[in-house]
Design a protein around this ligand. Structure first.
Ligand code: UT7
Length: 310
């Protein structure tokens, strides 16, 4: 039996914080941010819209897109490092709001790799026939843990949510291979104290090395070659990191997802948000081979190779 994504949904807050506005708030420039990161603007949620609210909107759309009712969901996994509060879990909050009365619920803390950890956890339940439908949400309200005085981090991140229902798909489609990993010795390079603390240089080096390698590994594990890959969706952290993984796969520029200019780095939400925008833009069609690859705090990483379609 194969597990795949059978419905998707996203939510981004309407307010766009532009590089120009940041120039007025701190010692930075539109030019620096664009050339060093690829970001032009990012979405910031208002005080009334916490993580669970964004997760709910994305989840509701994903369930509808899958042609299901909330009662059809067996398990909810929410990947986030910015829950409304330490507990109850965001997954239980949206379980209630959705009316997903038959679903178990738990959160996953794997930072920017969280969506990959989520869909791979979901895949295990589907392929063992334990559950039929698992809702996976990647969501962050990073704006609430950002130090707006720290130009090293404040320009990078944004808020948003992306969701997918994982369920059974036809033979040959769905998740073909994956790799998940962690190296806790690098935890000191990216963590939350009161605010996000980051050694950008160290994270950058790790990301360039790991993203390329993990992408290559999942392609091999799927029994495919680089030239059989139709589309790459890397974690949208920095255009230079994304470009390095694209070059490693020798893919032309149009075969890589790029939404970082619109949303900045939305951590666990970045891959599902990109996927949904790319689907809407007609960049992905049935039977395309897609690679998701991401990295994040922990340090953690994850990559997934899948063949699109139900
Ligand atoms: O999801 C995972 C989360 N984290 C990441 O993905 C971060 C990965 N790292 C990065 O993306 C990059 O390291 C950054 C974009 C954060 C920084 O790029 P860099 O090439 O590593 O530059 P740097 O930190 O070495 O800084 C270069 C210069 C420094 O000035 P000096 O010392 O050369 O005079 C910084 O002070 O750029 C300066 N700088 C800025 N200038 C204007 C740092 N931040 C800014 C800023 N505006 N916002």
């Amino acid at each position: 039996m194969s597990a795949g994504l059978i419905g998707v949904g996203k939510f981004v807050p309407p307010y766009k914080l532009t590089n120009e506005e940041l120039e007025n708030r701190m010692d930075t420039s539109d030019e620096w941010i664009r050339t060093m990161t690829g970001i032009e603007e990012r979405r910031i949620a208002d005080d009334e819209t916490d993580t669970s609210a964004m997760a709910y909107f994305a989840a509701k759309d994903a369930i509808e897109d899958a042609g299901l009712q909330p009662e059809d969901i067996d398990l909810i996994l929410v990947a986030t490092v910015t829950p409304d509060r330490p507990f109850p879990a965001v997954s239980t909050m949206i379980q209630h709001k959705l009316g997903a009365t038959n679903a178990a619920a738990m959160d996953i803390s794997a930072a920017c790799s969280g969506f990959m950890y989520g869909i791979i956890t979901a895949k295990q339940f589907i392929e063992t026939n334990a559950y039929k439908h698992v809702l996976v949400v990647g969501v962050e309200k990073l704006s609430k843990i950002m130090d707006w005085e720290d130009r090293n981090t404040a320009v990078l991140f944004g808020d948003g949510a992306g969701a997918a229902v994982v369920g059974q798909v036809s033979e040959g489609r769905g998740i073909l291979s994956f790799e998940l990993g962690a190296d806790g010795s690098g935890g000191k390079h990216l963590y939350q104290d009161e605010y996000i603390q980051m050694n950008g240089r160290e994270v950058f080096k790790f990301a360039v090395r790991q993203m390329g390698q993990s992408a290559v590994n999942v392609i091999e594990k799927a029994g495919l070659t680089k030239d059989e890959v139709d589309y790459l969706i890397p974690h949208q952290a920095n255009i230079r990191i994304m470009e390095a993984s694209r070059e490693r796969l020798e893919l032309p520029i149009e075969k890589m997802s790029k939404t970082i200019h619109k949303y900045g780095n939305t951590s666990a939400a970045s891959i599902p948000i990109s996927l949904i925008d790319d689907l809407a833009d007609g960049k992905i069609k049935d039977d395309d081979v897609i690679v998701f690859v991401g990295f994040g705090g922990g340090l953690t990483w994850g990559a997934v190779c899948l063949r699109w379609g139900k």
